[in-house]
Every structure is written in C-alpha cells, then in structure tokens.
Ligand binder design. Sequence first.
Ligand SMILES: [Mg+2]
Length: 379
Amino acid sequence: MEVTRVEPIVLESSIGTVSIPGGKSDFETTVRPVIAKVHTDEGITGIGETFLDDPSGDSSRSAAAGIQALGNHLIGKDPRNVTELWNEMYVHVKRGVKGYRPMSALDEALWDIVGKDAGKPLYQLLGGKAGELEAYATFPLPKETDELIEDAKWLDEKGFPLMKIIAGHGVKKDRKRIETLAEELPEDFGLAIDANTSYQIPDALAVAEIASEHDLEWFEEPIEHTDIDGQANLNRRTSVPISGFQTHHTQYAAIEHLQKDALEIYQPALDLNGGITPANRVATLVEAFNKEFLPHAYGPMINYAASLHVAAASPVCNLIEFAVYSDDVEDPGEYLASPYIANQEDVYVQDGGVIEPPEKPGLGVELDGDVVEEYRVDW
Ligand SMILES: [Mg+2]
C-alpha cells in the first residue's frame, strides 16, 4: 500500500465562539478543526485532526500548509509503517520547520489507515481494552459559584464522576470558590481545578494546600509547564495530585518529569504532542513509573476518538476529559463539537459516566461529506 495524496481540510469553528473564564479576565475561544486526509492506492483513506483556538483563521491556515508540506514526506510510502514515518516526520518537526500540530493530525491519519486495513478498531491494535473508562466533565463556562453548584447536580445525575473548573483567579477568590463548592457539591462528586500555568510557586502552594484540605481530585498546571523542578516541589509538599503535560511535545519530556516526580497525572494532548504514537509511549512510561495517564481531550471528534482509543488501551488510565461546552442541552453526555462527523452518536457519555471508543475500524469515525463542504474554508 502507498500514500498517493495528502489533503488538508480547514473547517469553521464547530462550536461557534464560546466565552471561557481566564485567570485575569474571560476570553472568547473557537474550536477550529484542521483535518489531515491521507489517500492511498488501495482505496483506504485515513483521517486525523488537530484544532486551534483561532478566531482569525491564520493559525489554521498555517497548520493546513504544515500538513501539506509534512505530508509530502509520506507520498509513495507504506502508511502502515507508522513508527518509521513518525520518526521521519519528527526529524523535520524537531528542526522547527513544519510543526507538531500537522504531525499529530498526520500520525492519527496513518493509524486510521492501519486500523482500516486490519479491519479492527485502533484500541485493539494497541493491546485491547485495559479496564473501564469514565468521562469527567470539563466545564469551562464562565459561571458564578452558585450556578456551578446547580450544574454539578446536572452533571452528577448523568453519571460524570467529577467536574473540572478553572482556577488561577488569585488565592483569595480560588479559596472561596473551592471552599463553597467542596461544601455544596453532591456527595461522591469530585472537583478538580486547572490554573492553566497562571501561578508562581508561593500562590500555587497556597492554592494546593486549600485543594489538599478539601480532597480535590487534582490541581492541573499550577505553574509554568517548563518549570519541572517547581512542579516536583509542589507535588512533594502537598497531597493534592499535581497534573499537567498538555503543552509538551512527544514522549521525551515525560522522562524528566517522571524521574523528578513532578506530576502524579500525565495529560498529553494528542492534537499537539505528535499524535497517537507519542501519546501511547507516554502512557507506557507513565505506567512504568506507577503514575496516572489521563489524556487532555478537549476538541473535535476525530482527535477525540484517537484519544479515546489510547486511553482505553492504557492500564493506568480510567478517566478521560469530556468538554461540556453548553449547559443549554438536554444531555451533557452528547458530544457537541463535530457536526461534520457522520456517526457522532458513536461517541457519547453513557448514563453512569462510562465512555467507550468507537468500534468501527481505525479511529472509528467517518466524515459526512456534505457537512464538511458546508464548514470547509479556503486556506
Ligand atoms: Mg488544562
């Protein structure tokens, strides 16, 4: 089998524009999918995806150009030799020319081909399911604490085991919110916080102590992600698990984090870290160090399905992120961000919070050609 053509597809934001509470002020975000479609001479087509918060569309156009440029290295090659092709792409990407997002989308598309060629869902090629997977609700909407309490009840009824909210608003405000929520949340419904790297050590430590006192599930990206010693310092000094890794590339950075005991929970983002190949390697390293793997999965459905397969195949992963972008829907377990997927109903949170990877071969999701044309933008 040979790759004959690589086709980048840029789509309009599939959720429109959503307002997200930031550390200092709210900001508007979009989720703009950039798809890599890899064609072969045997009629099998693979799809992979990255996405961008990109209101102007400039970064999406760059990602599409990156897919095209990097994809040129795949033409004429057997797409089933994913490791060899990933290594070849990495040689170009590490020198900074074409980028990690394009490589991530292309790697996912190659694995999609491998699965379709074998006639098996990807998780089976990664070793099969290694335990049950539940979805936790990332709830990024700008809400007051009393509204969050109401929304938590709604999420709890669906079966989500916990919700994650944005922190990083300053120690005083974070303390008040954590204390109130810890008091008012439904019993056995957990709370995690994410500061998106906005603190420095003294404030991060103060918030981590509050989070520890109230048995929060984890404290995500408390400080700058490049400060590995700082994270290790926090991780040793407080009982709340420190999590992160969503902005790191490949598997290599995981080694230093693990050796320094910087994180309890590793959250690589498949749309950015180089795809399924390195995320699966991170999962293996994390397992070897007896830590937890919990992929950052905050985006549209091709990439989400890829994340689900890797999560399902890891014995140290029993949770995956699930973004609830709106509280104006009947069922918070319904996936919202991907109208261009023909079998969206195959990716959803079941009652009780369980989520499973799709069973169709490869990544298990298919494009709806008409809707793709509706959302497609020139790049
Ligand atoms: Mg995060």
